[in-house]
Design a protein around this ligand. Structure first.
Ligand SMILES: Nc1nc2c(ncn2[C@@H]2O[C@H](COP(=O)(O)OP(=O)(O)O)[C@@H](O)[C@H]2O)c(=O)[nH]1
Ligand SMILES: [Mg+2]
Ligand SMILES: [Zn+2]
Length: 334
């Protein structure tokens, strides 16, 4: 296997790239630090930058390169950095609404195969937040896995697991301890050479600890080391793909305090599959399962086959998704 295959290259990417006409070569964007990119190609790792014309033509931040992107690069003989000429069409795209008032899509990561949605088995555990992260992950096109961390510090995990399974909408649920390594074997089913795995979750759930354990090093600063550090020093949005010793690529997403919806309507349908699958039985086609007569979902809540808190959660998230759609101007996106 060549170096590109280790980073996820395959026949489909080769086809999307076409030939190397005009001295272009394929590369993957593997690191982003304050707008500076590192790419990986057959030539190894090196810096890259966008062209003025790409920045000029971009309608949206999403038209600019994001970590995980496969690109057509051009080497400049008299310059250190390669030029990013074109972004190959993304297979998956993990997006949120960028912070700030104007509606802008921020691509958190491109071409993830799997998203580990992480939470901790403690007082921070929140099924509603899981549903939000799950909807965003499912919308991306990647396969989500719920990871419940800090199993070592949890006296009674079963009630948490039960709630997580209900929030998971069919996605696999794994409980483990990034600290002790207990339960980590379960992740082996998703970690494969050439596969790209993203990690999302609130700050403090143990994402960096898990990356350090899986990479077998101190790649990421964890909260404990940060506390003894100067405040704010690590609040940069540094993103990097790590190659695991057994193969497979792992991406941390630091500094994600919020996960506002960009386009999550399909993701919500999958997250709340038990509700979505009943909707065709409602009397009204556009039933929002609130106070409409003949609502099959409400009937299911009454009968106890759909949980009331799930319907409540769905209703709130759906409103937010609708609002997000209006903000981005209706027709755009899917
Ligand atoms: N008890 C326990 N603590 C953990 C575990 N994983 C992480 N932590 C601790 O949780 C805190 C936050 O971890 P960190 O990896 O920085 O979280 P991040 O913000 O998601 O990257 C640190 O103090 C870690 O030592 C675990 O499995 N068990
Ligand atoms: Mg971290
Ligand atoms: Zn209904």
């Amino acid at each position: 296997m060549g170096i590109l295959e280790d980073w996820g290259w395959d026949a489909r990417w080769a086809e999307a790239f076409g030939g190397g006409a005009g001295g272009l070569f394929p590369a993957r964007l593997i690191e982003e630090r304050r707008g500076l990119f590192q790419i990986m190609s057959e030539r190894g790792a090196g810096p890259a930058r966008t062209t003025g014309s790409m920045r000029h033509k971009a309608n949206d931040r999403a038209d600019l390169p994001a970590i995980g992107d496969w690109i057509c690069a051009e080497a400049l003989p008299n310059e250190g950095a390669a030029l990013i000429r074109r972004i190959l069409p993304r297979r998956t795209k993990l997006s949120r609404r960028a912070s700030g008032e104007t509606a802008q899509e921020q691509v958190i990561a491109a071409n993830l195969d799997v998203v580990l949605v992480m939470t901790a088995l403690n007082a921070d555990f929140n099924p509603r937040r899981l549903e939000r992260f799950l909807a965003v992950s499912l919308e991306s096109g990647a396969a989500p896995v719920l990871v419940l961390n800090k199993l070592d510090a949890c006296g009674e995990p079963e009630p948490f697991l039960e709630q997580a399974r209900r929030a998971a909408g069919g996605a696999p649920v794994v409980a483990l301890s990034a600290k002790t390594g207990a339960g980590l074997d379960a992740l082996a089913a998703w970690i494969k050479p050439g596969r790209t795995i993203g990690l999302i979750g609130s700050s403090g759930v143990g994402k960096s600890t898990l990356i350090n354990r899986l990479t077998g090093g101190e790649r990421m600063k964890t909260a404990a080391t940060r506390a003894s550090d100067e405040r704010g020093r690590h609040t940069t949005t540094h993103r990097q793909l790590f190659m695991l010793p057994q193969g497979g690529l792992l991406l941390d997403t630091p500094g994600m305090r919020e996960m506002r919806f960009w386009d999550s309507e399909q993701g919500l349908k999958k997250t709340f599959d038990e509700i979505d699958s009943l909707a065709p039985s409602c009397r009204f086609k556009d039933c929002v399962h609130d106070s409409e007569p003949g609502c099959a979902v409400k009937a299911a809540v009454k009968a106890g086959t759909v949980a009331a808190d799930r319907l409540e959660s769905w209703s709130r998230l759906r409103r937010e998704a609708r609002q997000a759609r209006r903000k981005r101007g209706g027709g755009r996106g899917k």
